[in-house]
Design a binder for this molecule. Structure first.
Ligand SMILES: *Cc1c(COP(=O)(O)O)cnc(C)c1O
Length: 474
């Protein structure tokens, strides 16, 4: 893979490291061939998919930026790990390997594997949330909030205001606003708040990190009020890399050390192995206190499987344990975030409005500014994702009004401030030449943006509608 010059990882206002060219710390051993399609074929495919990129067939996609979830390339060691699967129903060797990795890299005492992150969210929500409880968090995530609501809780957003401003250059837009949290505690009382859910990084804000300073302040505040901190630590190594690059006092610490320091400030975590941990399936709940572990252990057998496999094959647990270790290597993280940064800078050069600073797992195009002639009810981000696919076969996804869903009480759409198209980067999958093709396609769609029309929703599922909703052109 060709190297680039002067990739730097944080926004230019907060830091300025200029480095020599560098490239990925791996070479390619096996390739997956892709089908090339024509614009006419893609126009037909997206129409048949109801203008929802989730409903496209993967074989009709050229460069797949739908998600970084479960789409990463495993290493030869991880593939070797698959061969070491101990497929016993109970007490599989691979469970103990995974438990050891979780204790070593994250420091949590108790582990419950789950089939993926949302399985852990279900167990955590059902274990700790009572009807009428309030669960503050740094911006909602789709499955996280839904599980909180299904358990009888109400999510309250306590992220700093800068997170909702796509042009704010705040280096830690994932931070919790302690004053907002304090207002929630004063209004409802700490007894109504079983825990605060802290996402590292914040997916819905564009992969923005939380600072260590903010986490320390939060620990101080929550300890005083007897509130637990539960991490949504799906991209914790990416968050740690940003702390290393941007926060005073951390430039000489390794990603692994920073990851551990984050975990040590919290009480437990839900984890989707499909992101940081470089596996195609897997997740877990990890906690420090025995009562929560005991309750979740009771529930896991109902929803996932026995507590030593939680819906996973033994081989999947082995691959995840190896992936966790690989995810905290500094060189890996530098290449991972560096690739996202490279694409982001190309788009900026082309004048495309994107969320800044560039986040960890992808580029988020500001669809409100890309398509100012569309109202939010005409689903601008959904329409833009469809246009990008038609232009080049690049598959992206909507993160705006469709993803936000409806308020369960009033039935109205939630109207999020951010209306985004997400270009999410699988780890260790695409080359720099792919990045160039993507950037040229976005620039071409931008040139012709005035011709793009809005959409109307013709089918709406009841839950997490963005996955299966269908649209027609207005
Ligand atoms: C992906 C994700 C989840 C859910 O994990 P799954 O493995 O997809 O179930 C939860 N929170 C965040 C921030 C995520 O990105």
């Amino acid at each position: 893979m060709p190297a680039t010059t002067e990739r730097n990882f944080a926004d230019k206002k907060t830091m300025s490291i200029k480095k020599r060219s560098w490239a990925e710390p791996f070479k390619i051993k096996m390739v997956e061939l892709l089908k090339m399609t024509t614009p006419a074929q893609r126009r037909k495919a997206i129409r048949e998919a109801g203008y929802n990129t989730f409903l496209l067939k993967s074989e009709d996609v050229y460069i797949d930026l739908l998600t970084d979830s479960g789409t990463s390339a495993m290493s030869d060691r991880q593939w070797a790990g698959l061969m070491m699967g101990d497929e016993a129903y109970a007490g599989s060797k691979n469970f103990y390997t995974l438990e050891k990795a979780v204790q070593k890299y994250y420091g949590y005492k108790y582990l419950i594997p789950t089939h993926q992150g949302r399985g852990a969210e279900n167990l955590l929500s059902q274990s700790l949330i009572k009807k009428g409880d309030i669960v503050p968090g740094n911006m909602y995530f789709t499955t996280t909030r839904l599980h909180q609501e299904l358990a009888g809780g109400t999510f309250v957003d306590v992220i700093i205001d800068e997170a909702h401003d796509s042009q704010s250059l705040h280096p830690f837009k994932g931070n919790i606003d302690i004053n907002k949290l304090d207002a929630v505690v004063k209004k409802h009382g700490a007894v109504k708040i079983p825990y605060i859910c802290v996402a590292v990084t914040v997916n819905m804000a564009g992969g923005q990190p939380v600072s260590m300073e903010n986490l320390k302040l939060l620990r101080e505040y929550t300890s005083k009020h007897g509130i637990k901190i539960m991490l949504d630590m799906t991209r914790i190594a990416e968050n740690a890399f940003f702390i290393q690059q941007r926060e005073a006092g951390y430039s000489h610490k390794s990603v692994a050390e920073i990851v551990r320091e984050i975990c040590d400030l919290t009480d437990g975590a839900t984890f989707s192995g499909k992101k940081d941990a470089l596996v195609n399936i897997g997740g877990f709940l990890a906690v420090n206190d025995f009562e929560t572990f005991e309750e979740a252990s009771n529930l896991v057998v109902v929803y996932e499987g026995l507590h030593t496999y939680g819906g996973l094959a033994g081989r999947d647990m082995e691959a995840m344990a190896i992936g966790i270790a690989e995810s905290v290597h500094d060189e890996h993280m530098k290449a991972r975030i560096g690739q996202v940064q490279y694409l982001g800078e190309k788009l900026q050069e082309a004048g495309i409005p994107i969320v800044l600073p560039i986040g960890g797992h992808g580029i988020f195009i500001d669809a409100k500014r890309f398509l100012p002639h569309l109202t939010q009810d005409q689903f601008p981000a959904q329409a833009l994702a469809a246009e990008l696919y038609i232009d080049s076969g690049v598959r992206t996804m909507e993160r705006g009004i469709v993803s936000a869903g409806r308020n369960a009480q009033t039935g109205d759409h939630y109207y999020p401030k951010l209306e985004l198209v997400r270009l999410t980067m699988p780890r260790r999958v695409y080359t720099q030449a792919h990045m160039d093709v993507i950037a040229e396609s976005v620039a071409n769609v931008y040139k012709n943006r005035k011709k793009i029309t809005g959409l109307k929703m013709v089918y709406e599922p009841r839950y997490l509608r963005f996955f299966q909703a269908q649209f027609e052109k207005l």
